[in-house]
Design a binder for this molecule. Structure first.
Ligand code: MRU
Length: 371
């Protein structure tokens, strides 16, 4: 998508040095646009853990490139020791963030593909780069298709209403959270392309404010009409007919359709259900966890440091600064995600189409999973 009119993805190889992976460092956004070089698995693991980059799809792509960096630094003496090194690097990457299933999926895909495509370390390095590129390209393409499927819902609402479609979104499931397009945002961008008037309510999304900082920045870059709202506002807007639909992303969706997403999503889904507002979740298949059904019970919820709750970041006299919000001695709790039960979700927008949030609905789109 666009940054000051120039097309960017969120992760790529440095053009003049293919041993370096480049990312957009999301921490200083929207105030500063910084590109960061990553040259080792450790640097990639730190970038994921400390959220230089974030979002389920991008975390998956980063893990793919992290495994490529691991292949570059692995011992080249034998294929067995090369693979041992990769397995250990994969474990390190997997431990950085527990909730988004894309991370584990990308590491496992890399290990399986390298083992099947290579017999010596040099081939393993080439395979790791090829697979990292495939994961990133696939993520972008799947998001593009999500846009094509999701726009039909917006179109339908517009045909009935004959006026601007108001869409509420939570957190950042935009292109910054993926390789390109985003999931929740892809149908919005497609609607804009087709000339359907939309307006987006952007939840600020405390504590890290991914909505206020990142989604709003994307909307500015793409020239999508939007309004940032405090997290507590959605229910009020829904009661007054000011939200036509909700679209969020997801960090993990169980085979029965339960959705883990940024903390606060569940409350929006409850308000949507109470007000008859359709609540959709957009995700690529890399976010599906076919091994579990009950999300509330079985999805691990990341707990992060209390400083994200106690401090707030913003621009002050040209510098990005953090300021303390609470009494210094107050403890704070920081649960990163919550789970929205499938019963509150109107549909799951995937790269293959829109499924009902149920095991049967998902299996209709992914019949190869029946076995
Ligand atoms: O903690 P983050 O910023 O990595 O949160 C994950 C998310 O980006 C959101 O939950 C998002 O809505 C999911 S879509 C990638």
């Amino acid at each position: 998508m666009n940054v000051y009119g120039k097309h960017y993805r969120t992760i790529w190889l440095k053009p003049d040095d293919p041993k370096v992976v480049q990312i957009i460092d999301q921490r200083p956004l929207p105030h500063k646009f910084v590109v960061e070089d990553l040259t080792s698995t450790d640097e990639m693991a730190r970038a994921i853990k400390e959220m230089h980059l974030r979002g389920a799809g991008l975390i998956g792509a980063a893990a793919g490139y992290g495994m490529y960096l691991a292949a570059l630094e692995a011992p080249q003496s034998s294929f067995a020791t090369f693979m041992d090194y990769l397995r250990a690097a994969g474990e390190k990457l997997k431990q950085t963030r527990p909730t988004a299933v894309n991370l584990e999926w990308a590491v496992e895909r890399q290990l399986a593909e390298i083992a099947s495509r290579a017999t010596i370390p040099a081939e393993g390095v080439k395979a790791a780069l090829a697979v990292a590129t495939e994961i990133a390209d696939e993520d972008a393409e799947f998001c593009r298709r999500i846009g094509e499927h999701g726009v039909k819902i917006i179109e339908e609402i517009y045909e009935k209403k004959g006026d601007t479609v108001n869409i509420l979104t939570h957190c950042n499931a935009g292109w910054l959270a993926f390789v390109d397009y985003g999931t929740a945002t892809a149908p919005m961008y497609e609607a804009q392309k087709r000339g359907i008037p939309i307006h987006v309510w952007v939840d600020e999304t405390r504590p890290r404010n991914q909505g206020a900082r990142l989604t709003a920045w994307e909307m500015v870059q793409q020239e999508v009409p939007h309004t940032v709202i405090a997290d507590n506002t959605g229910g009020h807007l829904m009661q007054h007919g000011m939200v036509d639909m909700v679209i969020t992303g997801a960090d993990r969706v169980t085979r029965c359709g339960d959705v883990a997403n940024k903390i606060g999503t569940y409350l929006k889904a409850l308000a949507a259900a109470d007000n008859g507002v359709p609540f959709y979740v957009a995700l690529p298949s890399s976010t599906l966890d076919w091994t579990i059904c009950d999300g509330v019970r079985d999805i691990p919820i990341e707990q992060r440091g209390d400083d994200e709750v106690k401090y707030i970041q913003g621009l002050h006299e040209g510098e990005v600064k953090k300021v303390l919000l609470t009494p210094p001695e107050s403890p704070a709790a920081n649960f990163g995600f919550d789970v929205t039960p499938a019963r509150l979700v109107r549909g799951l927008i995937t790269e293959r189409g829109i499924a009902s949030a149920s095991e049967e609905g998902l299996l209709e789109l992914y019949p190869e999973r029946r076995s």
